[in-house]
Ligand binder design. Structure first.
Ligand code: ATP
Ligand code: MG
Length: 250
């Protein structure tokens, strides 16, 4: 879909996400390719957001929002105008949840729902869900997971080094600072329930969702198929080796 109107910036967000109306009459929190964090955080958003959806974790629908170059011209704020000008084409739209509250622990999710989010974060090495920055919204009585750009950090080394699947597979996870650590069920139970949902076909479909425009080829990953295969391998192998990350998350 295509953006029709840039409404306002969401000042809380570090990457200056903005509220945008699109031609499907939807309102989206848009994360821009031209933001300082780069396209890889958008790749992580899609991969982890879609994995969350397959696990039954409430998470806003994601969409690709096309930004026509003309939109920047009507923007008065110079910082926002620069961001829009730097972000032509495909950007990430996150379905806006109107009236959602930031998570403060006053209405915690069930032990099973909390376990699922903690398990997701351990599996995808997402350290960005602490009390300082919960990245959870409470909406319609449930706890929704947002903001997955910091997960799957392994791709940030790809331009300088070839992929190192083994390093990511063995990366431990420290769940002690996690915002849901005190609420989640014992994670062995969560693992038993969730791991089997992420079949090879599911992970392949998730990796296929990432738009070509956001994938970066490198010397070691010379075409988009190679880049997608590298993501698939990291996700598949870490799932198969929970011994490295499940214990620390518990
Ligand atoms: N889908 C949504 N519906 C309603 N509000 C949202 C949505 N997504 C984000 N927000 C609001 O915008 C804030 C910033 O979003 P988000 O955390 O995804 O951006 P970010 O730039 O990655 O932030 P940061 O790096 O500062 O954590 C959230 O804390 C939340 O208050
Ligand atoms: Mg955030």
């Amino acid at each position: 879909m295509t953006a029709q109107r840039y409404v306002c910036p969401l000042r809380e967000g570090g990457s200056l996400p903005g509220l945008v109306e699109a031609d499907d009459l939807g309102t989206y929190v848009v994360k821009f390719t031209g933001a300082g964090q780069g396209r890889k955080v958008l790749v992580a958003e899609v991969l982890v957001g879609e994995i969350a959806r397959h696990l039954g974790i409430p998470t806003p629908r994601l969409a690709v929002v096309d930004l026509p170059t003309a939109i920047a011209r009507y923007e008065a704020d110079e910082e926002v105008q620069d961001l829009l000008t730097a972000s032509p084409g495909h950007n990430l739209g996150v379905d806006f949840l109107p009236g959602a509250f930031g998570y403060d622990g006053s209405r915690p999710p069930s032990a099973q729902d909390a376990g699922a989010i903690l398990w997701l974060d351990a599996y995808t090495a997402n350290v960005d869900r602490t009390w300082a920055n919960p990245n959870l919204l409470v909406w319609h009585g449930r706890t929704w997971a947002i903001d997955h750009g910091a997960a799957l950090w392994f791709h940030h080394s790809w331009p300088s080094r070839p992929p190192d699947v083994g390093r990511f597979v063995q990366q431990p996870f420290d769940g002690s600072k996690h915002v849901l650590a005190g609420v989640a069920e014992p994670l062995a139970a969560t693992h038993g329930r969730l791991a089997g949902l992420l079949t090879d076909d599911v992970l392949r479909a998730v990796v296929a969702e990432v738009p070509d425009q956001w994938l970066e080829t490198t010397h070691a990953l010379p075409d988009l198929d190679a880049v997608r295969s590298a993501y698939l391998e990291h996700l598949g192998q870490r799932l198969a080796r929970p011994d490295a990350w499940l214990g620390g998350a518990a």
